[in-house]
Design a protein around this ligand. Structure first.
Ligand code: TGC
Ligand code: FAD
Length: 392
């Protein structure tokens, strides 16, 4: 990719709503992305490799567990800071943000929220420092949008459980040291547990051939009579609300993250429209291109306002799951539409790795599917406003 000339976009002066600490965090993550991510991300995607050196850097900038209390190694920051970190990471690449949001919201969050004090002390500091990486196993081959139908199961054998089943599409699985796994007990109740690499019968085959999130490692989790000690069960939650509670945090982070990807596409398109000459003038001087750019910045601004308000509500403990669904759905779709329009503004150059556009666009095709599809989030809003579930 050519030199990273990204500048943030703040049409409604939203920076005035941020603290000095928020701005400092944002600029340190942006600097790190420019220095360590932008120069190699295109190559990593072309080769479908997750650059492992990013793990140390992500830990150093505080991207693992920003809102987990400092006594467990986290950053002790608020939800706006978490959102800004996700925004800057996804500005670099959605796969990079995925790595950080899985570690923070889907591994550290459940251990912190549902774990015992021993589990918190054992895992959280190592997860925060990147010494240990985690993944989250909810989706199964036959149960994606409907995780309640899962068939992975545990059987009580006295001092341990025997775990059988399989999870699919699991971010970070190929290199994770631990997996937070959700499986049904003999009463059919969903339980969470920590499965460690090296446990007999546990394997994590990598998923190849993705056209999207190529700089993020994805894999399966296979459990063949895995012995899970009882002390590895998350004691403080039972039922589907356990994993769905984690998704609230991750979906919130995504609603910020994708604004980063959208801003990167807009930023590139705006610059290109002023530099590219056709018919004797910059293409940005044609009304058709201005329509695209004007609509892009309008949609980015609306998304920024939505997520900022959501962050305030989340800080106050008042954000509802349905409000989070609305922001995730709106903002991912917004970013994907902007990527498609930005691709057109770049003409043929838009399909090359000289610009970040096509990579963002392909990544966003995963982001609009994972953490609840575009359709599922619409149904969540529909249920919230009517009081009637239309999932089945
Ligand atoms: P339903 O009967 O509605 O609810 C079951 C129980 O859960 C509670 N609940 C929630 N709790 C916390 N947060 C939420 N968002 C919640 N939504 C529901 C609910 O109150 C109930 O509690 P209780 O006490 O009464 O038992 O459940 P349902 O089976 O009808 O399903 C509802 C539906 C379809 C919305 C849900 O299954 C869903 O969200 N499906 C989408 C699945 C999904 O998002 N999977 C994501 C997998 S992880 C992932 O994609 C990671 S990508 C990571 C990356 O790389 O960044
Ligand atoms: P399906 O559920 O089969 O859906 C197929 C289509 O049917 C979709 O368009 C959907 O909207 C629609 N549909 C389904 N049900 C309904 C309905 N009731 N009404 C109307 N339409 C419906 N999962 C994890 O657990 N951990 C991870 O780390 C993780 N990482 C991922 C990384 C990547 C790159 C990808 C692509 C996925 C990841 N996932 C992960 C899985 C992801 O959450 C699922 O793909 C997603 O929840 C959708 O499930 P599915 O793919 O089985 O699609």
């Amino acid at each position: 990719m050519a030199t990273d000339r990204f500048q943030g976009h703040d049409y409604y002066l939203m920076d005035e709503l941020l603290t000095e600490e928020h701005k400092l965090i944002r600029s340190s993550v942006r600097d790190w992305v420019k220095k360590e991510v932008s120069p190699i991300v295109e190559d990593a995607c072309q080769k479908a490799e997750f650059p492992k050196q990013w793990i140390k850097g992500l830990a150093e900038i505080g991207a693992f567990g920003p809102y987990i209390p400092e006594e467990y190694g986290g950053g002790g920051l608020d939800q706006i800071a978490y959102g800004l970190i996700m925004q800057e990471l996804e500005r670099g690449d959605s796969g990079l943000r995925s790595t950080a949001s899985v570690q923070s919201s889907l591994v550290m969050y459940p251990i912190y929220t549902y774990g015992s004090e021993e589990q918190r002390k054992k895992y959280l500091p190592k997860l925060a420092s990147g010494e240990m990486m985690g993944c989250f196993g909810l989706t199964e081959p036959d149960h994606g949008s409907n995780p309640n139908g899962m068939v992975s199961n545990i059987k009580d054998k006295g001092d341990h459980f025997i775990l059988n089943g399989a999870k699919m599409w699991i971010s970070n699985a190929p290199f994770a040291d631990i997996a937070v796994v959700w499986a049904k007990d003999e009463q059919g109740i969903i339980r969470g547990m920590i499965v460690e690499r090296g446990m007999k019968g546990f394997s994590t085959p990598e998923t190849h051939g993705k056209w999207s999130l190529r700089a993020s490692a994805t894999g399966e989790l296979v459990f063949d009579n895995v012995i899970v000690p009882k002390e590895n069960i998350l004691p403080n939650v039972k039922g589907l609300k356990g994993p769905l509670g984690c998704l609230n945090s991750a979906r919130y982070g995504i609603s910020w993250g994708v604004i980063g990807a959208a801003m990167d596409c807009y930023d590139s398109a705006l610059r290109y429209s002023k530099e590219r000459i056709q018919f004797g003038k910059p293409i940005g001087g044609f009304q058709l291109q201005q329509k695209k750019l004007a609509e892009m910045i309008t949609e980015i601004t609306k998304a920024q306002l939505l997520t900022w308000r959501l962050g305030v509500l989340k800080n106050e403990g008042r954000a509802t799951p349905a409000q989070i669904s609305m922001a995730k759905r709106n903002n991912v779709n917004m970013a994907l539409q902007i990527a498609r329009e930005a691709r057109q503004i770049h003409g043929g150059m838009g399909i090359t790795g000289e610009f970040p556009i096509m990579r963002h666009m392909m990544n966003l095709e995963s982001v609009i599917t994972y953490e609840g599809t575009h359709d599922i989030h619409l149904l969540i809003t529909g249920m919230d406003v009517t009081g009637i579930a239309a999932f089945e």
